[in-house]
Ligand binder design. Structure first.
Ligand code: NDP
Ligand code: 2IT
Length: 444
């Protein structure tokens, strides 16, 4: 459709070199063709050109002093993409690869993901090109404090509520929260993923990984399949990968491969998660160390080779574009029949095409990994009530949300003539609510 092609051209022209952002927008706009045809009033209201432009983006200098007394300079970002259905909500990523294009792709995806949860949260994302690897606790703390010094001017419990993402976990959220509280002299739910003693929600740590499995179990059940007895590969070994692996094991599957950015381990007897948790959550070590205590396992250099391992179900839980068309073909040739995206946009467009064409049960990131942010929204509710729910209560709500996301995406896919295509279904279902809200609120 000409209007959507024009929007895409404008996005490329206006945001040169932001390839990940182009990729994310292009996929969504393609899915929205039938919606645009059905809603001429949205076209007239310029809704499609508006939704691809962030409401606000801030970029700032973060200066800090390392343990050797050297001054270090990093760049901080917060993109406040869309607030039609609630305060901006989305994680902070600390990784040397971070730039404005990456934060914008993540923020854009977040709009639709957050809408799919059914909870009142808008879309945003932030982060820094700061590399936490090899830094002391003191360096991490000083960086977080200086980052928050600036970020505090732009966020708030009813304005914008950041959380974790790659390189930002409980430790970082603690330092960020402490500094926000000191600067504002107020104790509010301005961040999620907080510690349990100071406003955090039970099950938030587990939520993204568990949610991916709840979503995929529902999608698999619809095809007469399940995790029970399945062999599973999970890329990454961070927050999402660890708790996805835990839930796969609880559901009766066996995870045989995990990775980090250096390489992957293969343990045909099933990965021993206690070892991974010790190495990654406590010692902050490389995954190669796993083989030292598990002789049944092997380590292979190069993280993308994990997709050569034969598996029934693949859960990419590391980072964007980690699974390309060739890897998708290899997985399919080896009998893989389901893929659930724990990471944001881990499959390249070629890979997604392979999965859809070959009828692989494919859970796209926006839908499959929405459990993390959904539970963040539950943390916000608990903070507002000054009350907390039990683990079982939060977990039950999370499961219910994931089942509903599956239903919403699969129904939208069917309604728009693309049965079983959850990519199209999730994009449409996520978009409809935000679009109606933007339309109702006028030309802004
Ligand atoms: P963590 O920092 O806890 O873990 C990230 C993992 O991915 C690590 O194993 C890391 O390896 C690996 N990784 C990171 N970057 C790369 C890279 N460029 N190449 C290869 N491997 C890489 O992050 P999370 O587990 O929180 O996040 C993982 C993914 O899930 C991200 O895409 C994130 O956006 C997404 N996500 C996270 C949510 C959350 O609640 N945390 C919610 C929804 C999505 P290494 O240690 O070697 O760097
Ligand atoms: O990508 C994501 O959804 C997250 N990193 C979690 C965001 C959140 O606000 O919990």
């Amino acid at each position: 459709m000409k209007v959507l092609t024009d929007v895409m051209e404008q996005v490329i022209k206006r945001n040169p070199n932001e390839t990940e952002f182009h990729q994310a927008v292009s996929e969504v706009l393609e899915s929205l063709e039938p919606v645009a045809e059905k809603h001429p009033e949205w076209l007239k209201a310029g809704l499609f050109s508006r939704i691809v432009e962030p409401e606000r983006q801030v970029c700032f200098r973060v200066t800090w002093v390392d343990d050797n007394g050297n001054v270090q300079v990093n760049r901080g970002f917060r993109v406040q993409f869309n607030s039609a259905i609630g305060p901006y909500k989305g994680g902070l990523r600390f990784h040397p690869s971070v730039n404005i294009g990456i934060i914008k792709f993540l923020g854009f995806e977040q709009i639709f993901k957050n809408s799919l949860t059914g909870l009142p949260i808008g879309g945003g994302k932030g982060g820094s090109d700061f590399d936490p690897k090899g830094k002391s606790d003191g360096e991490i703390m000083r960086f977080c404090q200086n980052f928050m010094f600036e970020l505090a001017k732009h966020i708030g419990a009813d304005t914008d509520v950041p959380a974790g993402d790659i390189g930002v976990g409980g430790r970082e959220i603690g330092y960020l929260f402490g500094m926000y509280k000191k600067l504002r002299n107020e104790f509010t739910g301005v961040l999620t993923g907080k510690g349990l003693e100071w406003g955090g929600s039970l099950a938030r740590t587990e939520a993204t990984g568990y949610g991916v499995c709840y979503f995929m179990e529902e999608a698999l059940n619809a095809k007469g399949k399940s995790f029970k007895g399945a062999t599973v590969s999970v890329s990454g070994s961070g927050n999402v990968a660890i708790y996805a692996t835990q839930k796969v094991h609880q559901l009766g599957g066996k995870v045989v491969a995990m990775s980090d950015s250096n390489g992957y381990i293969y343990d045909p007897e099933g990965i021993k998660l206690d070892t991974i948790k010790r190495l990654k959550e406590v010692e902050r070590q490389r995954i190669s160390k796993y083989v030292e205590s598990h002789p049944s396992a092997t380590y292979t250099e190069g993280c993308s080779n994990i997709w050569n391992v034969k598996c029934d179900i693949a859960l990419p839980c590391a980072t964007q574009n980690e699974l390309d068309g060739e890897a998708a073909k290899t997985l399919i040739a080896n009998g893989c029949y389901a893929v659930g995206e724990g990471a944001n946009m881990p499959s390249t467009p070629d890979a997604v095409e392979q999965f859809i064409k070959n009828k692989v049960v494919f859970g796209p990131a926006k839908a499959a990994n929405a459990g993390g942010v959904a539970t963040s929204a539950l943390e916000m509710s608990q903070n507002s009530m000054r009350y907390s729910w039990s683990f079982e209560e939060v977990d039950a709500k999370l499961k219910n949300i994931m089942v509903n996301i599956y239903k919403g995406a699969s129904e939208a896919a069917k309604e728009y003539g693309q049965e079983d295509n959850l990519v199209v279904g999730a994009n449409i279902a996520g978009f409809l609510k935000v679009a109606s809200a933007m339309y109702a609120q006028g030309i802004l």
